[in-house]
Write a protein that binds this ligand. Structure first.
Ligand SMILES: Cc1cc2nc3c(=O)[nH]c(=O)nc-3n(C[C@H](O)[C@H](O)[C@H](O)COP(=O)(O)OP(=O)(O)OC[C@H]3O[C@@H](n4cnc5c(N)ncnc54)[C@H](O)[C@@H]3O)c2cc1C
Length: 344
């Protein structure tokens, strides 16, 4: 019988990250599909009681915890040790955890110590005939595999956006503290602060409802024979601000900087969507001045509703790759959309 451990860490404010609440739904669904299995929770962080109380009604039989000042920060040595100790205390055979940056770093190390198998970037979990099967993408999101393992313990690090956020009523939870002794060497690394770009400078927003993609057309000569890169910058930034959208790009646009052409100042290779770029997940996508060639569109795999604006009625988006294609000048369209968005 499987002993399922749902393992999570809390944020500095003591709350569980969104992706952790999503992974909890995955763990609950898995436990439900495996009659006779048990589900327990493991929490790591400086103060975990509030998070434990928030999960009191989820149906887990026990909550294990490793807490205290030493576990407030994301630190490989202490996170690995905490995860290992909780997994052993729970005698877990299957460990389901969220893909936070903290766990993405620490759990492969914990797997090594536990002599466990681990699968990261899990994008689906189902129980078929009593056996747990997980889904994972390979070869730059081009091939999806469904796999199962007999090795135990088996750690599954679940990506965001796979399960809905778990919601339940708060209660009063009893946490069983897992004892752990740390050496000075393990506490050597200190997080002294966080440096993050301001909200406006941060153009990649994984939780945004809309992905706005800018293509190379924004920097090309327009009908008047001139380029209008400064206008393009203002229009794109205006849309991002008004729609709180995430910014994606085609390869051609981000490559222009290295080729010495005039480029959009806020665009980097991190924005590139496609075969050799990223595969973001958003409910909607809006492509502008981008041709919609296959190596780019393959990165739209997880965008549910797709719209594009292009002056070329024969562009790639017209070949069944978008739900709606507006054959129009993106400069005019985005200016009008921004005007409407600003009115609210
Ligand atoms: C191995 C390989 C990997 C690749 N990986 C990627 C990848 O990861 N991501 C990626 O994006 N590409 C990738 N590419 C490149 C890809 O094939 C295309 O070359 C690239 O996506 C083209 O970018 P674009 O559509 O922005 O530019 P262009 O092809 O130059 O298209 C610009 C578009 O803008 C339109 N336009 C111009 N002005 C306006 C206006 N005023 N209003 C509306 N529309 C306008 C034009 O009609 C045109 O369709 C890869 C290619 C290869 C070979």
């Amino acid at each position: 019988m499987e002993k399922i451990l749902y393992l999570a860490h809390v944020d500095p404010n003591g709350a569980l990250p969104k992706v952790a609440l999503e992974a909890l739904n995955g763990a609950l669904q898995t436990a439900k599909g495996m009659p006779g299995s048990t589900l327990v929770i493991g929490l790591i962080g400086e103060n975990i009681q509030a998070a434990a109380d928030s999960l009191a009604a989820c149906g887990a039989s026990k909550i294990f915890g490793v807490s205290g000042k030493d576990f407030g920060m994301a630190r490989y040595a202490t996170d690995v040790k905490a995860a290992e100790a909780i997994a052993k205390a729970a005698a877990a055979t299957i460990i389901i955890a969220p893909a936070t940056s903290r766990f993405a770093r620490a759990l492969p190390g914990a797997a090594f110590r536990l002599k466990a198998a681990i699968d990261t970037h899990v994008s689906g979990m189902t129980v078929t005939g009593g056996a747990l099967q997980v889904q994972r993408w390979y070869y730059r999101q081009r091939m999806v595999a469904t796999l199962s393992r007999t090795a135990r313990p088996w750690i599954l690090v679940v990506d965001s956006g796979v399960f809905p956020v778990w919601q339940g009523t708060k209660g009063s939870a009893k946490v069983e503290a897992v004892a752990l002794t740390l050496t000075d060497k393990e506490k050597r690394t200190q997080v002294t602060g966080v440096q993050a770009p301001s909200a406006d400078a941060q153009t990649i927003r994984p939780d945004a409802a809309v992905l706005f993609v800018a293509g190379a057309g924004w920097t090309k000569k327009q009908a008047d024979g001139q380029t209008h890169v400064k206008d393009a910058e203002q229009l794109i930034l205006g849309f991002l601000k008004n729609a709180k959208a995430s910014l994606g790009s085609s390869k051609s646009l981000v490559d222009q900087g290295s080729e010495g052409e005039q480029v959009l100042s806020f665009m980097s290779h991190l924005n590139q969507v496609g075969q050799t770029g990223s595969t973001p997940r958003h409910p909607k996508g809006f492509s502008t001045c981008c041709h919609g060639e296959e190596p780019h569109v393959v990165g739209w795999r997880f965008i549910n509703e797709r719209r594009a604006v292009n002056i070329d009625a024969n562009c790639g988006w017209a070949q069944g790759k978008a739900d709606v294609l507006y054959v129009a000048d993106a400069f005019a369209v985005v200016a009008k959309v921004n005007e409407l968005l600003a009115k609210g």
